[in-house]
Design a protein around this ligand. Structure first.
Ligand code: MN
Length: 408
């Protein structure tokens, strides 16, 4: 695939994250005005209501207060016809509609869809091996189920926020000096997790195949699963993380559609043990998306979505095996995406090896975990021939903890 040219000239650069090949969906406002649905094109946003007469959906879809859920509700044939109409509208040689464009530079981005449910997985093998080695030793790093199912936990849809939202350091119950004497305090080991989020666009009610799961996914975002490691260490056995993961989860502001990512499909890595038939890959369902993390603007890690052991389709299929209904707007976090080398680690927990090997930044400062005022950003792009499919950054700045919320 090569670049498809647009009459929006900034969309024809090899460097823009938003060429005509991408057309991701977001929600924006200008000067604190009403929220509007938009499509990123170059350094502009197409305000879709302004071109409603050329788009094959009802006005209600383009003014849905939830965001893009209304388009998802229409089903995958409409996802394709809507995208095709956008291509027709914006391609080079089409009638130009400069009045329907808004510069991204002056726009405030909002949640692109209403998150109905949120599940987070633990499906990156390098991450699970690193964390397991730290806590249980190299011989017991992966639990016995890990190579057979994508492990996950039910998260909180209410905690999902859009990129740019400040995050406040949480208070929590932490391990004290003795195993049975906890203490109450602000988290001292606050962390990120570099992940991708898959958005379910078609509902299901009962078990679905991996193929059907792939068909039901609407698109992808970058996702940062903010994690309080000290709260997690005290609470996680036996039911998994709870308050450690409930402060916030940030997502990038643009939904990149499955169709835009199609040229970048790739297979999951070789299986170490055969999966049961219902979870086996039937085709390439991962994506080659280069990912990186920056701390106050300095790159501290880089990896690729193709490192995942399980695809989002496998995760979604597994999620439904019990009969669990899935809804439009269900968000599935991939799990932390690390790679084989130290510089490929997708969390500070791994980068500083549990705080034992602090990172040294270019300024000479060191970090084991996030300090107050630090800005963490996730970046992602699928690299094509002379173009790229970007996601828009997923950023958040850590604010100091509040005063003790229970102090008298
Ligand atoms: Mn996670």
């Amino acid at each position: 695939m090569t670049l498809t040219r647009s009459w929006v000239t900034s969309a024809n650069s090899a460097k823009t994250p938003f060429p005509l090949n991408n057309l991701p969906y977001g929600v924006f406002s200008i000067n604190d005005g009403a929220r509007r649905l938009g499509v990123a094109i170059g350094d502009q946003i197409l305000d879709v209501v302004q071109t409603a007469d050329q788009l094959p959906v009802d006005q209600g879809v383009l003014t849905d207060p939830r965001g893009w859920n209304g388009l998802m509700d229409l089903g995958s044939d409409s996802w394709s016809s809507f995208r095709a109409a956008l291509v027709t509208l914006l391609k080079d040689g089409a009638t130009e509609h400069p009045d329907a464009l808004v510069p991204q530079a002056g726009a405030q981005m909002h949640m692109p869809f209403a998150v109905s449910e949120y599940t987070d997985f633990y499906a990156g093998k390098h991450h699970a091996t690193n964390v397991g080695t730290m806590f249980r030793g190299a011989e017991n790093a992966l639990p016995p189920n890990w190579l057979h199912i994508p492990i996950g936990y039910n998260g909180r849809a209410s905690s999902v926020v859009v990129s740019g939202t400040d995050i406040q350091r949480p208070w929590g119950q932490l391990k004290g000096p003795n195993e049975d004497t906890p203490r109450w305090g602000p988290s001292q080991r606050f962390d990120i997790e570099l992940e991708m989020g898959a958005i379910v666009g078609h509902p299901s009610n009962g078990p679905i195949s991996v193929d059907q799961a792939d068909a039901n996914i609407f698109g992808y975002v970058l996702l940062n699963d903010w994690s309080a490691r000290d709260i997690q260490a005290w609470e996680y056995q036996p039911l998994g993380p709870f308050q450690a993961k409930a402060t916030a989860t940030s997502i990038s502001p643009w939904i990149v559609t499955k169709e835009a990512l199609d040229p970048f499909r790739c297979a999951t890595p070789a299986r170490e043990k055969d999966l049961l038939p219902h979870l086996r890959d039937t085709g390439p369902m991962l994506y080659d998306v280069a990912l990186s993390v920056s701390l106050n603007g300095e790159t501290i890690a880089h990896t690729n979505y193709n490192e995942m052991y399980y695809s989002a389709a496998q995760q979604l299929a597994h999620h439904t095996t019990s009969g669990c209904p899935m809804r439009v707007g269900d968000l599935l976090g991939s799990g932390t995406i690390s790679g084989p080398e130290k510089e490929n680690r997708g969390s500070l927990l791994e980068l500083s090896w549990g705080g034992k090997e602090p990172m040294t930044l270019a300024s000479g400062a060191t970090r084991s975990f996030i300090e107050d005022g630090d800005t963490l950003a996730l970046h992602g792009a699928a690299k094509g021939d002379g173009y790229q499919i970007g996601f828009g950054d997923c950023t958040g700045t850590l604010l100091p903890a509040a005063k003790d919320p229970f102090a008298q």
